[in-house]
Structures are given as structure tokens and as C-alpha cells.
Design a protein around this ligand. Structure first.
Ligand SMILES: Cc1cc2nc3c(=O)[nH]c(=O)nc-3n(C[C@H](O)[C@H](O)[C@H](O)COP(=O)(O)OP(=O)(O)OC[C@H]3O[C@@H](n4cnc5c(N)ncnc54)[C@H](O)[C@@H]3O)c2cc1C
Length: 372
């Protein structure tokens, strides 16, 4: 049995990894270099955390996600993850941290509530002004995303049943016939075609474009004084939803950068367009950093990164069978990386075992065991 995969981000590569392990032949096509710096999966880090707002279904999958990463670390011979614990803050009437704590309590993974007096004592680098609720959980951390993606591409290049084609854009797919057509018109055929094209999916699958909307997102890397960097390099990872911005902060674990980003979706932009960030795009984030982070006036912007991902209305993943031989694999809405190894393993299992595709789609959408 052979599978064609379109896209060499974490989803395409993880699916190739799991299919190859189960003895399947795989041919993967990537439009750019492999890995591609423009892919959503290519940034220094991505977060993995249990707190998930009302999405209890995804919170439940986090333990499985860790098991899948552990399996990948064994195959890669390296563990590309640093544990930090997760601090969730809410203010300005927003209640994401409260809803996360309630959801996690319902699945017996309680978070610890921190009083507002305790917060700056435990985390002196934070200012608690404007924070209304604070919760802590020991689990969670930083996945070294671009190192994982690059290591997976290297690993796959050594597998005899995998063929990787970089700089080979696919211009059309036929999911009934199991075909992928390159720009030069070469037709490749397989038993299954998986489209894991990230923010470019609407180009290949115009019918998906209304549902999987590309969203341009900004992240800011900072240089900070050595003493502050040393303090932050022990964590925590921080998710702060104040109602104005949805800020997340990634601490500089194991020598990586110190990064801040905004989880509010822009739902706009073109992944092939300009990747320059504008001052207007950065302002809400910088304003929130100034009120939340002590010593922020000494931080300097090191570099900006503009990244694209797809967003659905309900922020649930789309992993759906289409046609007799196709799958559209878009587990994203800005929170997919943490499930990369798990999504790849499970899609490979469904392809190989012919598990019910509808059940697979519900599982990937986080609907199994969801309390909503
Ligand atoms: C700023 C930002 C912060 C994020 N933070 C987190 C986080 O903290 N935690 C988390 O879990 N997730 C996070 N995410 C989301 C996560 O990064 C994505 O969900 C995940 O990387 C998507 O992987 P993918 O493989 O689907 O897409 P991509 O990584 O974009 O890969 C798609 C690949 O397909 C290729 N391609 C497209 N079209 C074609 C074609 N026609 N032919 C050949 N190749 C093609 C592209 O070049 C690309 O390499 C974040 C994303 C961003 C942008």
C-alpha cells in the first residue's frame, strides 16, 4: 500500500513517520525546501498544555499527545521538549482560565488556584495588576518545533520506504482516483492521498477555503537583560487572556528565544504575501507586555516573525476523508502542533486499518469525550 502526502509540515511528516513504521510506502511532496521556513510548523517553539478553555475533548487528548511525542523521541534519538508548567491568567472580565480550571477538574486533572497576593511572590517577574484569576498546573512545556520538523525530515530521508520530494509543488489532486499532479504535469498515483498543506490548503481544495481560513499571526522575539533571561529560563509558560489580547509567552528554554504571541486570530492575509509585521499589528501585544511583565522597559525587540495557519469557526480540527482515496488533514486553528505526532500516528492507523473515517474525524475534532 502506498500513500502520497502533500505538505512537509509537522502533520505531513508525522503521518509519513507513522505510515513508514507500519510498513507502508510513502511519497511526500513539499512545495519549498524541506522543512520549509514559511510553514506554520517552523518556529523555534510551540506550546503543549492541558488548560484548554471549554475544549475538554482536547484537554483529554494531551496525555495521548505526550505518549506519541515520547515514541517520536525514541525514533529520533533525541527529546526535543522542555517542561515548564503552565500558568493561566484571566482579567478584564474574561474567564478562559476559570473555564480551563473547571474543565480540567471535571477530568480529574485539577489546576491550583493562586491568590493574587501569591502570584507576584511566586513569579516576581509578573505584575498582577489587572489579573483577576490565576491558575497553575505542573504539566506542559515547550516543543522545539523547527528542530522537531527538521529532525523528522532527516529521519524520513533515511527510511527505504519513504521518498521525499522538496521544491515540488502539487498543483492538483484527484481524491477519487488517488492522484497528485506536479507543476510540470507528472501524475503520481497511490492508494491514498493525504493533503496536509497548512495555510495553502484552499489552493488545492477550493471547497475547503470557506471553512479553513488562513490567518496571519505575529510573534515577537525579545532580547532581555541577563538576570531577567536567567529568571525566565526556568519558565513558566504563560497564557494570559484579558479580553483585549490573548497573549502567550514562551520562556527561553534550553537557549532558545524568548517569545510572545497573540492567540487572537486575524483571519486575514495570504501565506504567499508579505511577511513584514506592521507597528499596528504589534501594538496590542506590546501594550499588554508593558502592563504584565516587570522590567519590560528593558526588553528590546530582537526579531519579528509572521506566520500563517488555518482557522475554523469553532477552532476544531478538520481531518476528513474526501473522495474514495483522499484525506484532508488540517488539525490547526493555531493549536495543532502539540498534537502533531498523535495526529500522524492516528491517521496512519486509520489508513492502514480502515477504521471508520467518520469516527476518526470526530476524534480529531475533539468531540469524543467533550463535555460541551
Ligand atoms: C504564531 C503561531 C503560534 C502557534 N502556537 C502554537 C502552540 O503554541 N501550540 C500548538 O500546538 N500549535 C501552535 N500553532 C499551530 C501549529 O504551528 C500548526 O497547527 C501546525 O504547525 C500546522 O502544521 P501543518 O503541517 O498542518 O502545516 P504547515 O506547517 O504549514 O505545513 C504545510 C506544508 O505544506 C506545504 N504545501 C502547501 N501547499 C503545497 C502544495 N500544493 N504542494 C506541496 N507542498 C505544499 C507548505 O509549504 C508547508 O511546508 C501556532 C502557529 C503559529 C503560526
Amino acid at each position: 500500500m502506498k500513500t502520497i502526502i502533500v505538505g512537509g509540515g509537522i502533520m505531513g511528516l508525522s503521518t509519513a513517520w507513522a505510515l513508514a513504521k507500519s510498513g507502508q510506502d510513502v511519497e511526500l511532496f513539499e512545495q519549498g525546501p524541506l522543512p520549509n521556513p514559511l510553514a506554520s510548523s517552523m518556529d523555534e517553539h510551540r506550546l503543549i498544555r492541558h488548560p484548554y478553555g471549554d475544549h475538554t475533548g482536547y484537554a483529554r487528548l494531551i496525555d495521548d499527545a505526550f505518549v506519541a511525542w515520547d515514541e517520536l523521541w525514541r525514533d529520533l534519538g533525541q527529546r526535543l521538549f522542555a517542561a515548564t508548567g503552565t500558568l493561566a491568567l484571566t482579567g478584564n472580565g474574561a474567564d478562559w482560565a476559570l473555564r480551563s480550571a473547571a474543565s480540567l477538574a471535571s477530568i480529574e486533572r485539577p489546576m491550583t488556584r493562586l491568590s493574587l497576593a501569591e502570584l507576584p511572590l511566586r513569579f516576581p517577574m509578573l505584575d498582577s495588576k489587572g489579573v483577576e484569576h490565576a491558575f497553575w498546573i505542573d504539566t506542559g512545556g515547550v516543543l522545539f518545533a523547527q528542530d522537531i520538523t527538521a529532525a523528522l525530515a532527516r529521519y524520513l530521508s533515511h527510511q527505504s520506504n519513504v521518498r521525499l520530494h522538496s521544491y515540488t509543488p502539487i498543483r492538483a489532486v484527484d481524491l477519487e482516483l488517488g492522484q497528485a499532479v506536479t507543476e510540470t504535469g507528472t501524475v503520481h498515483t497511490a492508494d491514498t492521498v493525504v493533503v496536509a498543506a497548512g495555510a495553502w490548503v484552499g489552493r488545492l481544495m477550493p471547497a475547503s477555503a470557506g471553512k479553513l481560513v488562513p490567518s496571519r499571526q505575529i510573534v515577537i522575539y525579545f532580547r532581555l537583560p541577563d538576570d531577567q533571561r536567567a529568571a525566565w529560563s526556568k519558565g513558566p509558560m504563560l497564557i494570559d487572556k484579558t479580553g483585549e489580547v490573548g497573549l502567550y509567552l514562551v520562556p527561553p528554554m534550553e537557549g532558545r528565544g524568548m517569545k510572545v504571541g497573540d492567540h487572537e486570530f486575524s483571519r486575514s492575509g495570504d501565506p504567499d504575501g508579505s511577511r513584514e509585521a506592521t507597528p499596528g499589528e504589534m501594538k496590542p501585544l506590546l501594550d499588554r507586555c508593558a502592563s504584565l511583565l516587570r522590567g519590560f522597559e528593558q526588553w528590546r525587540i530582537d526579531r519579528l516573525k509572521v506566520c500563517f495557519y488555518t482557522v475554523t469557526d469553532d477552532e476544531r480540527f478538520v481531518v476528513e476523508k474526501q473522495g474514495a482515496k483522499g484525506w484532508v488533514m488540517s488539525p490547526c486553528s493555531g493549536h495543532g502542533f502539540k498534537f502533531g505526532a498523535l495526529m500522524g500516528k492516528e491517521l496512519a492507523r486509520t489508513i492502514v486499518s480502515e477504521r471508520d473515517p467518520g469516527q476518526h474525524a470526530r476524534w480529531a475534532a475533539g468531540l469524543e469525550g467533550d463535555t460541551k
